[in-house]
Design a protein around this ligand. Structure first.
Ligand code: HEC
Ligand code: HEC
Ligand code: HEC
Ligand code: HEC
Length: 473
């Protein structure tokens, strides 16, 4: 009797051990280091695994570079036949850059990775891609300082001595729809490294780091059940992206978020704002520089859906909170910010302008200054049909900057009974307030501000007098 019991206990112990090992396989083996980054008790800690840190450190070591050469000398465009981007560089700097590019991108293959015996020819696709990459590098270093600061990037940041960077991604192949009520599984339960081998959607990049970006914010800004239209499914996509961001930088969620509220910008760390720009930058680079190379890359380089290889946070960061832990290689390669970029086409410059505009409306810190003026018909406090359109920039700005508030003031014209008109001005302000709260802006962020004199200082029935002004700050 005793023996049987002991044997089954042992069997149970073994099963338990196997179960424990299986369940914990996804966890990191101790010891780990913890660094406190916020008030105690708030869970604002970074957990570092010394083994992952060591791996990231060796992956992010800075290579030895060729010594700088003096600026100036004859411009390379006067010496060579087919220089479209580097034309203004002196021959000395030009030649050194070719040597560095070879070391950064194709050290094993050498100059012939991009060149035939006639250096001026564009026969190899690699040269055409490299020219575009030169433009992209300059674009990152000059137009995306909101993310890369003065540290900037060189070819090495992504390539690390290889023609194809360690981390590129392709659009997920379309799913076979299950012939039942199961429907699409949104790419779940197919453990992918991008999603930390979790059951989260395995391609968070197509919706967030490519064209027509989906909304990443999912937390409601009003008391439930009003306002918030984001589903659990959408939330899982957001978590998948966040997992990728954490893994790419080798950090925990609390590197950017405060455990008190993941949505609130005012208690998030400054790194979250940098990351916000990083998301927009990755999107811009993928759509403006890599996608247009679709006809240039050979079929072997394309993905299952015929799409080009694209970049994400890991392409540059490779496990470090700053690529190469913040060492700038631009210091010895100032030409990578100086080269003239003939813009890759009108479309790209428009896109940069769009991104700048998006930054103005959507940036976490740029809501102030957005305003709107809404006009009303005589004696009416009903919103005009174009009201939603006029309020759109205000709503976007408020959503992007949760600390911002809207101030609303109603006005009336000089004609008619003053008491009635004052009531009308108030009702107009209420109508605009209701439109903002209906769009998901919390009521306590909408301030009604009765103007000193609601009567516009324009005579009679001037249509501009019957209005509501909205300002954000
Ligand atoms: C990663 C690709 C790549 C590698 C490797 C590379 N080059 Fe280039 N090379 C280019 C590109 C792109 C241009 C054109 C630049 C432009 O249009 O401004 C160019 C242009 C040139 C030109 C000008 C030719 C002309 O008459 O127009 C010379 C010379 C040259 N490279 C020499 C070299 C040498 C020498 C090496 C090896 C040390 C080398 N390159 C390695 C991409 C590369
Ligand atoms: C922000 C990241 C990034 C930077 C910076 C960058 N590249 Fe690239 N590069 C990529 C990606 C992503 C690809 C696509 C990978 C592929 O070809 O499969 C690529 C592809 C290439 C290819 C084609 C390789 C092949 O075999 O298909 C060449 C050549 C190249 N880059 C050269 C350069 C040069 C030269 C620079 C610096 C002037 C540079 N890259 C800077 C991300 C980058
Ligand atoms: C490198 C910084 C960074 C890290 C690390 C990070 N996040 Fe985020 N997170 C952001 C940014 C930036 C946004 C807003 C994105 C946007 O609006 O484009 C965001 C948004 C979110 C949101 C939506 C909040 C809202 O307003 O609805 C959630 C939820 C979230 N993150 C969860 C997480 C989780 C969970 C982790 C860890 C697995 C994590 N984040 C790691 C930067 C980060
Ligand atoms: C083109 C290369 C590149 C890409 C792509 C990129 N980053 Fe960065 N990132 C950098 C560089 C360079 C810095 C260092 C800037 C500095 O020194 O302040 C940086 C800094 C950061 C920081 C600030 C870290 C700190 O401690 O101050 C965060 C956070 C960050 N990146 C998040 C992201 C996220 C999230 C993504 C993807 C959505 C991303 N990055 C994509 C190049 C890149």
């Amino acid at each position: 009797m005793m023996r049987i019991a002991r044997a089954s206990w042992r069997a149970l112990g073994l099963t338990g051990l196997i179960a424990a090992v299986t369940l914990l396989a996804g966890c990191e083996r101790p010891p780990v280091d913890a660094v406190q980054r916020g008030y105690r008790g708030t869970g604002m800690e970074q957990i570092y695994n010394p083994r992952s840190v060591a791996a990231a450190a060796s992956a992010n070591a800075v290579p030895v570079d060729t010594p700088p050469v003096p600026e100036g000398g004859p411009a390379s465009k006067t010496v060579f036949k087919n220089v479209q981007v580097l034309g203004e560089l002196g021959v000395g700097e030009f030649t050194r850059l070719m040597v560095s590019m070879t070391a950064w991108v194709a050290p094993q293959q050498g100059c012939t990775y991009c060149h035939t015996t006639n250096f001026a020819e564009d026969t190899l696709y690699t040269k055409v891609v490299a020219r575009r990459m030169l433009q992209m590098t300059k674009h990152i270093n000059t137009d995306w300082k909101t993310h890369v600061a003065e540290t900037g990037v060189t070819c090495y940041t992504c390539h690390r001595g290889q023609p194809v960077p360690n981390n590129v991604w392709f659009n997920a192949a379309p799913q076979k729809q299950a012939g039942s009520y199961a429907g699409s599984d949104a790419g779940q339960n197919k453990p992918a490294p991008a999603a930390g081998l979790a059951s989260l959607p395995y391609d968070p990049f197509t919706p967030f780091l490519q064209q027509s970006p989906a909304e990443i914010r999912v937390v409601g800004t009003t008391a439930l059940p009003t306002g918030n239209r984001q589903s659990i499914k959408q939330t899982e996509w957001t978590y998948s992206l966040m997992t990728h961001m954490s893994e790419s930088l080798g950090v925990n969620c609390t590197y950017c978020h405060n455990t008190r509220s993941f949505a609130a910008w005012d208690s998030s760390t400054p790194q979250r704002a940098t990351a916000w720009y990083g998301i927009r930058m990755a999107r811009d680079l993928n759509t403006q520089f890599l996608e247009p190379l679709a006809g240039t890359f050979p079929a072997t380089r394309l993905g299952a859906t015929g799409d080009v290889p694209k970049l994400n946070c890991a392409t540059c960061h490779q496990g470090a909170f700053k690529p190469m832990y913040g060492t700038s290689m631009l210091a010895t390669h100032p030409e990578l910010t100086r080269i003239t970029v003939q813009s890759p086409g009108a479309a790209a410059s428009a896109a940069v302008a769009d991104a700048a505009a998006a930054m103005a409306t959507g940036a976490p810190v740029a809501a102030s200054g957005k305003g709107a003026t809404l006009l009303f018909a005589v004696g009416s406090s009903t919103l005009a049909s174009d009201a939603a359109q006029s309020l759109e920039p205000v709503i976007e700005a408020l959503k992007a900057d949760p600390a911002a508030k809207a101030t609303i003031s109603g006005y009336h014209s000089a004609a008619g009974d003053l008491a009635q008109n004052q009531e009308l001005a108030k009702q107009r302000a209420f109508a605009v307030r209701d439109a903002l709260t209906a769009a998901g802006i919390a009521a306590d962020r909408v301030v009604l501000d009765k103007p000193q004199s609601a009567e516009a200082n324009v005579a009679g029935e001037d249509p501009k007098a019957r209005r509501v002004e909205v300002a954000t700050k």
